[in-house]
Design a protein around this ligand. Structure first.
Ligand SMILES: Nc1ncnc2c1ncn2[C@@H]1O[C@H](COP(=O)(O)OP(=O)(O)O)[C@@H](O)[C@H]1O
Ligand SMILES: [Mg+2]
Length: 388
């Protein structure tokens, strides 16, 4: 593994594996600090490739492209959690890589992820790994009603099915093509939270303020910051997230998703080894955004302060908004931007599809209530249901 010779001077090249919106926002932040960015992915004019200083159009496992990226760049990060660990390992022979392949590998497999988190003594939902027919029969009645989640490649609620009872489990597993899965008890959720941890190569770590998240149809719809929870619970959430990052000896930006249960206790749901949709508000409302932190960590610069400058509500802009009763349209941006504290981010994706993340809108306010009121005015103009 290549260590960081830090700090990297402005003009140095930073690399990003993956070409989506997270890579685009990382690129903007890295360029603002004076770095040049090279992205690697297959898409000709994807969100990251179209703003990077250089774009290597290649498969993540293309050895020549990886070696070119690793020779050009002093440090490389990833924006896509299913980048093959082998790609990160190959890069690590030539340059500093953050996060490390072994951290990404844990987050890529829900079975490993759950056992790692539980192994740290951190509460998780009661669960059981399902790999064989025998595992189905051995699933205890206490786990139902449950959710069956494919161990690999799931995101935005994809690769998950609800399982009402033990009797329904074999059919649910067949629905998921009998791949390795985690069977998880469905918990009574009072709230969903996320904590983004920024951890540098020297072990220094800071979290962003806790975000409160609302999902619709399995996809993040709204993040509210600061979360409307008491200070003690926020502190507990931050402590759990830092423990996860320390336990992994994680270097980079890590999101830890959590549930607040009906009894007020916390359980960790899953981790994402990269900046996260629930941290996009930080571009406009935190002293340093999650993407700036990703660039700072990669370049060996000190971490930035993450305090909230103004309370914020982020609305995800999904492709559904580009259609009015099935007819393609451009959403009414000028109307939305009449809201004085609205910050619009569009990712430059050419084609809108239902469920596709096209952009996000952050509303600021002097209080969370003000930001929510602004979010609701914009939601109404866009045709999104009420939030908060
Ligand atoms: N054990 C659970 N109990 C209740 N709700 C859950 C549970 N697991 C997941 N969910 C709901 O489903 C959403 C998506 O599940 P998650 O495991 O985070 O998968 P993804 O990788 O698709 O984000 C969560 O944000 C939460 O709303
Ligand atoms: Mg999730």
């Amino acid at each position: 593994m290549t260590e960081l010779r830090s700090p990297l001077p402005p003009g140095s090249w930073l690399g990003v594996l993956g070409g989506g919106q997270l890579g685009r926002m990382f690129t903007h932040a890295a360029q603002a600090l004076g770095y040049r960015v090279c992205s690697l992915d297959l898409d000709e004019d994807g969100p990251a490739g179209s703003v990077a200083d250089r774009h290597l159009r290649a498969d993540y496992l293309d050895p020549a492209a990886l070696d070119e990226l690793g020779s050009l760049c002093a440090a490389v990060t990833t924006e896509f959690e299913n980048v093959p660990a082998a790609a990160l390992q190959r890069l690590a022979a030539r340059c500093f890589v953050s996060p490390a392949a072994r951290c990404v590998a844990v987050a890529q497999d829900r079975i490993d992820e759950k056992s790692f988190i539980a192994g740290q003594g951190i509460p998780v939902a009661p669960h059981k790994a399902i790999r064989t027919e025998a595992d189905l029969a051995a699933a205890g009645a206490n786990l139902f009603p449950a959710i069956l989640k494919a161990a690999r490649m799931g995101y935005d609620g994809k690769g998950q099915v609800a399982v009402a009872s033990a009797a329904a489990l074999p059919a649910a597993w067949t629905d998921l093509k009998r791949v390795p899965c985690v069977l998880e008890k469905r918990l009574p959720l009072a709230k969903e939270l996320s904590v983004i941890v920024c951890r540098a190569a020297d072990g220094a770590a800071i979290t962003l303020p806790v975000a409160e998240n609302e999902h619709r149809g399995g996809i993040l719809a709204v993040s509210i910051v600061p979360a409307r929870i008491d200070a003690a619970l926020a502190e507990q959430a931050r402590t759990l997230a830092l423990r996860v990052a320390q336990g992994l000896d994680y270097v980079g930006v890590l999101c830890v998703e959590m549930f607040v249960l009906a009894d007020g206790s916390l359980a960790v749901n899953e981790i994402a080894p990269r900046p996260h949709n629930s941290g996009h508000w930080s571009i406009d409302a935190a002293a340093s955004s999650q993407f700036e932190q990703q660039a700072r960590i990669l370049a060996g610069l000190p971490l930035g302060d993450t305090r909230v400058l103004l309370p914020a509500v982020m609305l995800n802009l999904l492709g559904d908004l580009w259609f009015d009763r099935g007819v393609p349209r451009e959403p009414p941006w000028a109307e939305v931007l009449r809201e004085r504290l609205a910050k619009l981010h569009l990712y430059g994706k050419r084609e809108a599809r239902p469920g596709r993340k096209m952009g996000h809108l952050t509303l600021l306010g002097n209080t969370v209530e003000d930001a929510l009121a602004a979010a609701n005015r914009c939601a109404a103009r866009l045709g999104i249901g009420p939030v908060g």
